[in-house]
Each structure stands twice: as C-alpha cells, then as structure tokens.
Write a protein that binds this ligand. Structure first.
Ligand code: PLP
Length: 450
C-alpha cells in the first residue's frame, strides 16, 4: 500500500537482483515499483498517480481492473483453468467465432498464439507453406515483434543489433507524407509513388519468390502512420496481380484503437491473414493469434499444419477475449473512440500545432495519435536525431519528464509524443491529459526555432 517503504524496497530489490528486463542495459535501469492500477491510472508506492496515455504498451484498451474482464478470468479459473490445444474448449471456440465474424469477408478460422510476435511468426509460416514461396516484404518504420522472423520483419533500429535472423525478408518504404521518401507533396502523390515503389520492389525481387507482404494497417510505435487514401487498396491490387498474400498486423491498431474492430476496416482492403494480440483481452492474460482466410485454411485441410504451442487458445486468455467482445458492445467502445478522437483529441492537437513552434505535425485517428516534435518547422529537422540516445536525446527526455512530473505517462517514441489512452477514458481525463501535454510542449518549444 501507499507509503509502505519496506514493501517498496523489497519490490525494487527483488527486481534489481533477479529480473532481467526487455531492451535494457541491466545496470542502467531503475524500474518504477507499481503499487496499484485502476481504470486509466496507476500509482507508485509513494502514492504518485499517473494518468496512462500509453495504455501500458498500448495493450490496456479496457483499462486496469475492468470488472467484466476480472470476473471472466475468475469464473474461468474456477471452471477450467487450462486445457491443452488439441482438445476442443468452449471459450476458445467462442472467441475464435467472434473474431472470425468481426474480421473480414472470407475469414475462416483463428490460430491462437501467446502474443503478437509469434502471431506474425505463424502468419509468415502459413503464407510460405500456402504459396510455396520464401520471401516476405515488410516496411521500414514498422515493429512486428522480437522473435526471429518478427524482429527481422521489423523495420526500425530494434532489428539492427539482432542481425538478419530470417534471410527471406526484404524491406521497402511505405507512405509517410511528412517525411516522404518520394518527394511527394500531396497524399495522392504519396499513394501513387509509394505503390510504384512497391511494384518496382516486387518486380526486382521476383514476384514468383514472394509469399507475402506484411504491414501494420496503421503503423503504431513508429509514428501512427495512417495510410493515405487508396494505398491499402493499391497494395491489395498488387498482391492479387502477383499472387502474393497480404498480412495485416493489427497487434497494436486492432480491437478498437482506431474506432474499428480492426484498423484495416476503415479502408477498402481485404487481407488474407490478420494478426492480433494486446487489445484482444487488454493483456490481462497473454494471448494473440492469426485470423486465416478460407483459401489458406484449406491448404491445411488435408495436410497437417507443421506448428503449434502448448498454450494455443489458453482458456483464461480466451475467456477474457470473449468478455472483451461483450464489454465493447455494452459500453459502445468503438463509437466512443470515434467520438472522443474526432471531437476532443483532433481539434485540441491541431490547436497545439498552431501554438507550439516545436510541433511539426499531428496525425492519427481514433485514440491513436502522434505529435511529431521538430527543432525547425521549415526544415522539419526532428527535435532529436533518429535513434538518438543519451545526451543527444536530452531535449526529448526533458519533455517526457515534464509529462511524468505532471502525472501523465506518455507514449514516447523517437521524436514523438504519442497518444494512446485506454479506450474507456472519460472526456474529463482525456482533456486533463491533453492539458498536461500542452504544457509540456513549452519545454520542447525551448529547443525550437520560433
Ligand atoms: N506487432 C505490432 C504492431 C506491435 O506493436 C507489437 C508490440 O508492440 C508486436 C507486433 C509484438 O507483440 P508482442 O510484444 O506481444 O510479441
């Protein structure tokens, strides 16, 4: 409980003595001991309160301790806590049915995984078996997870240190008008030129060698990049022309983040495989999966699929997934997200962009936004260099510190403050968080050309 310095010391000591943390130099970190989480907030042992604008790792879509999710897990634990995947289970089947029904026309089945990386891993494996081809095209400015194929698909610095763990992966540039790789000045030009670049990549790599193209429907950690009109439909057309499968990674953007069940549903595109995790049950129990088209499902109708996981479709995770669908309906989550995004977040961010010289661009959809911080609006020089660390990252770190000081936990990535609160956030809390960000941007302004 709060003020329990003894408990806090113990938590910190065990962590420092025994827990090996992701992505970190172990001697250089000091993880914050957390005493409690409730709704859109969490607290440290000193009673400091944080409004979570990051939904933890953009997984906590329904907030901490949602009574419906907690009850579903408790009930399931009391009924049957686990059962191996070769057996049929009521909640596993029910969740698969709901996901299939809410995904895309022609979706047939779901393969459940433990999280997002292995979902992408399995989607690629299915695509390779189905097409008999090896290569997979993935975009720069993407994150697809940290297992061997997933980290190789990833198009950002977290891949660099790991080398090429899957020799079949080729990267290409996607659309990003603010920092266009194609010298485009309008969304239409960006779409047209990004598609021409993708076509050239396919032709140069050899269409007959390419099993799949994987992309985040709306890019998450690497900048909240919403595809410009016509882009996803154009990718689909290229896939059809060359017999390539389309994999939409919905691990971060899926389950309501953009105001749709799946982010691709706002665009005219039909994927062949969809990967999900995080928001499927707000991360209360680790769960991810792959939604599989009829044609790919049929490939494995007579010959066995060579893959599996002990915890595929874990009942505790599945029960929380079924409850997620119920809660989304009961609380009108998708409608709320669209409303809060367009009525509160977007106008307020546009106002901040007017007011703060450090804001180069704001962009996003639903409850999924980015504020791109720059030193100079004219040159678009980022507030800190790409992949900056240490002293070079100090200006950005100062902005993040100002947010935390004021009680807001932001989603910080590169030179961007990103906004991804739990989807249950009240209008009042949303405005409170945006007020804190607005004030913290004064710190960024101190580094920017007026
Ligand atoms: N794909 C996307 C788009 C993600 O954002 C993430 C995680 O942040 C992953 C895949 C990997 O998911 P996990 O960490 O559950 O393996």
């Amino acid at each position: 409980s709060f003020g329990d310095t003894e408990a806090q010391r113990e938590v910190r000591k065990n962590d420092r003595d025994y827990v090996f943390h992701s992505w970190s130099a172990q001697a250089k970190i000091d993880p914050l001991p957390i005493a409690k989480g409730e709704g859109v907030r969490f607290w440290d042992y000193d009673g400091n309160e944080f409004l979570d604008f990051s939904s933890q790792l953009v997984n906590l879509n329904l907030g901490h301790q949602h009574p419906g999710l907690v009850k579903a897990i408790q009930d399931q634990a009391g009924r049957l806590a686990t059962i191996q995947p070769a057996m049929a289970n009521d909640v596993r089947g029910e969740l698969a049915k709901r996901i299939v029904e809410h995904s895309f026309e022609g979706a047939r089945s779901v393969f459940f995984t433990n999280g997002g990386a292995d979902a992408n891993e399995y989607a690629v494996r299915m695509a390779r078996h189905h097409t008999g081809r090896q290569k997979v095209l993935a975009r720069y400015r993407s994150y697809h997870g940290s297992t061997a194929t997933a980290i190789t698909l990833t198009g950002e610095p977290r891949r660099w240190a790991n080398g090429t763990l899957d020799a079949g992966v080729v990267h290409f540039q996607g659309p990003f008008l603010y920092r266009s790789a194609f010298y485009a000045e309008t969304p239409e030009q960006e779409t047209e030129r990004a598609l021409a670049h993708l076509r050239a990549t396919i032709e140069l790599e050899g269409a007959s060698t390419i099993a799949a193209i994987i992309l985040e429907s709306v890019t998450g950690t690497n900048g909240i990049l919403v595809p410009p009109p016509g882009y996803l439909a154009g990718v689909r057309e290229l896939c059809d022309e060359f017999g390539i499968l389309l994999i939409c990674d919905e691990v971060m953007a899926g389950f309501g983040r953009t105001g749709e069940w799946f982010a691709f549903q706002a665009f005219e595109v039909r994927p062949d495989l969809v990967t999900f995790a995080k928001g499927v049950n707000s991360g209360y129990v680790p769960l991810g999966g792959v939604v599989i088209s009829e044609a790919i499902h049929d490939t494995f109708a007579e010959r066995p699929f060579p893959g599996g996981l002990t915890y595929s479709g874990h009942p505790l995770g599945a029960a929380a997934g079924v409850a997620t669908f119920d809660i989304f309906e009961e609380e009108g989550i998708l409608q709320r997200v669209k409303d809060l995004g367009s009525r509160i977040v977007e106008p307020r961010l546009r106002e901040m962009a007017e007011k703060h010289p450090s804001v180069g661009e704001v962009r996003g959809t639903g409850l999924f936004w980015a504020i791109e911080l720059v030193r100079d609006r004219a040159t678009r020089e980022p507030l800190i260099p790409f992949n900056a660390a240490g002293e070079a990252a100090a200006p950005f770190n100062a902005v993040v510190a100002a947010c935390k000081q004021a009680g807001l936990w932001p989603f910080a990535a590169g030179n961007r403050l990103q906004i991804a609160p739990p989807l249950i956030i009240s209008e009042e809390d949303l405005v409170r968080g945006l007020d804190i960000i607005d004030a913290a941007l004064d710190v960024a302004d101190g580094y920017a050309a007026a």
